[in-house]
Structures are given as C-alpha cells and as structure tokens.
Design a protein around this ligand. Structure first.
Ligand SMILES: [Zn+2]
Length: 371
C-alpha cells in the first residue's frame, strides 16, 4: 500500500512537473495541489509520524517532496537557460541580466581602430592531429570537440595562456549575413569561434563561472566566399555535416590540424574585452578576430545551411540559419588592431602613423578568383 501510494504520488508530481514545463500553469498548479492533498491522506510510517497541518505526514514523504521540487527547479532552470532564440534577441536580457551588460559581444570592427604592436601569437600543439574529433549539432550550431591534444594559445597581446576547448560556427542563410563581428560595416557569411579557457582553470565551465574578465579567450575567423576549389581545411567538416543534420546528432570526423582553420597570417587582428555571444552572455571573454579572412566556397556554405534546429523525429523541420547575435554597443571599451611585431614594445605602444595594406575584407558580393 505504501509503495502504491508513493507511486501514485510520484505519478501526480511528474505529470504536474511536465505541465509546468509545458507552460500550462493552471493544470500544473491543480496537479500539485492534488499531489499535496494525496500526501496528507496517504499511508505513513507510524514511528516517523509528525504533525503537519493536522495531518499525518511521514518524514520520508517530506524528503520525497523536497527532492521532487529540487528536480523540478533544476529542470525549469535548465529549460529556461536553453530556451532562447536568435529570432528573439530582445528577450535575452530576461534570461540573463548579463546580456544587457556593458561588455557585450559581438561588436563592429574597423580598420581605423587604433593600432598597437604586440608580440606574435604562439600556437602550441595546434598542428598536432587530435586522437578523435567529434562534430555535434546542438540545435543552435555545430560544435567540434576533440581528444588527445591540448592546443594552447598565447602571445598576441594576451596576458595568459589559453587552452582550446571547442569550436563552433555562426552562419547566415545567404551570403550577406552570418558572421557575428561586422568588419568595416560588412558582414561575412560565416564566422568560426575557437573557444579557449585560461590555463589556470580546470575547464571551460569553471572559467566561465569564475566571472573573471579574462577567463575565456575566443579566437574568431571570418570567411569570405571564393569561387574556386573548396577549402580543404573546412572539407573535413563540410563533407560530414549531413551526418549531423538534426539536433542532437553527432559524428566522428577525420582528425585535422586546427591551425589550418586559421589564416596563415595572423599579423593583424582585433582585440577587445567582451562576452560570450549566447545566453548567459557572461562577460568573461578576451576577443581576438583575425583581420585576414579565411575562405569558403558557395558549395561548402550550403552544407551549413542544411542543418536543422529540430530533432530527427519532429514533423516540422526548421533550419538553423542566421545563428548570429546582433552587434552590441561598445560603451566605454577600447578596441585595438593588434600588429604582430618581434620588436614589440611591452609598454602600450599606439602606432597610428603607420599605413597598412590589407587584402580585401570579407566582401560577399564580389568573388575573388585570385585568392
Ligand atoms: Zn560563437
């Protein structure tokens, strides 16, 4: 009887929890009331009986109740955290106040940003092949994780060494949208983010939860469309994207050197202090956007646009496209255009008098056959 009573109770509670998650607050509250009513009238252990609202109430049931509410709260918070859309970015601040902070990303970048000489980047273990590389569709983007190597980024004006944790992309449904950072008022069709954490932390989530401004370093690469042969470095990814078409799907891909995803020249790059670009929008990120664009073909771009945000068994299919955040206000932040220099001066050196000749910015309108 006791077991049956508890199972019935658990059934009521589970149903109430699901109603709550489904947003049906009225039904949920009714189910919860019914659960509590059953608690008050179900069987108890006589030797652990306590008085509660003049009803026999066992200690065990109180524990069950507390446990239930704890699980429900966790599920609600988890649901809340994951429940955000790129199509409704004005609501992000309701999910996390940080999304309305003053150190938000992405931002506009300009070649006219002030220049600063810094030591060259050091890419440690970046050319080593990982043991395994796994690609996953998480409903918002495709993420790439790996095992067997510890690529680390330092130099380039960074104050610490940062360990590569994972990679992901932001892209658009056409060639005029997609990247998060806007360069010289032009938006590239796709942007790669290589997410690193400060080596003093154990992993990325520990770094993010530290709330320290330089806990995370994201290296961003903008790609421009070229009408030539496909980028072999991206081929490992783009040729397998069809295997992770739906949310939750993952696949192993052939290990490749992560250095190849970054343009050969990192001589010029943008640097500023910002945030993660999805809720919770934690303001913990040192941003580096490499000035030299990478390249991608139209055919390779199209493979990204076939990815779905929906599960494989959902009847209505939705594509992921346009998974980029709008640019954010700069407020009082400084952005500089770093210039790698072996003769860099350690004290801040602003070199505004130099002129630079950049290759064309990621202009998606023009195709560059001579790339
Ligand atoms: Zn990103």
């Amino acid at each position: 009887m006791l077991l049956a009573g508890n199972m019935l109770l658990a059934g009521y509670m589970l149903l109430a929890g699901n109603m709550l998650l489904a947003g049906n607050m009225l039904l949920a509250s009714n189910m919860l009331l019914a659960s509590i009513w059953r608690l008050g009238h179900s069987l108890t252990f006589p030797h652990t009986k306590i008085r509660f609202f003049n009803t026999n109430f066992s200690l065990m049931k109180i524990v069950v109740l507390i446990l239930f509410f704890y699980i429900l709260l966790c599920r609600c918070l988890e649901n809340r955290e994951n429940h955000w859309e790129y199509s409704d970015q004005s609501k992000w601040c309701e999910i996390s106040a940080s999304c309305c902070g003053k150190y938000q990303s992405p931002i506009q970048l300009w070649d006219s940003d002030r220049k600063k000489r810094v030591s060259p980047f050091e890419f440690t273990n970046y050319t080593q092949l990982p043991e395994t590389v796994t690609m996953k569709n998480n409903g918002k983007t495709t993420t790439i994780s790996f095992t067997g190597v510890t690529p680390a980024l330092s130099g380039g004006g960074l104050q610490h060494t940062y360990i590569l944790s994972s990679l992901h992309f932001h892209w658009g449904m056409d060639n005029y949208h997609g990247a998060e950072h806007i360069l010289n008022n032009k938006q590239a069709p796709i942007e790669l983010h290589m997410v690193h954490y400060n080596s003093k932390f154990f992993n990325l989530s520990e770094a993010i939860s530290s709330d320290e401004r330089d806990a995370v370093a994201v290296l961003g690469v903008l790609y421009r469309i070229v009408n030539k042969k496909s980028n072999p470095s991206l081929n490992q990814i783009t040729s397998r994207l069809r295997l992770v078409k739906y949310n939750g799907q993952s696949t192993r891909i052939k290990p490749f050197s992560f250095r190849k995803l970054i343009p050969a020249s990192t001589k010029h790059f943008f640097r500023y202090s910002g945030s993660m670009t999805t809720p919770e929008c934690n303001e913990v990120t040192v941003w580096t956007i490499i000035r030299e664009p990478g390249y991608i073909t139209n055919a390779q771009m199209k493979t990204f646009r076939k990815l779905c945000s929906t599960d494989v068994d959902e009847l209505v299919k939705k594509t992921i496209g346009n998974n980029y955040r709008q640019v954010q206000a700069l407020h009082r932040r400084n952005v500089y255009l770093g210039v790698e220099s072996t003769n860099h001066i350690t004290t801040p050196a602003i070199v505004n008098d130099e002129t630079y000749s950049f290759t064309d910015i990621p202009n998606t309108v023009l195709y560059d056959d001579d790339y």
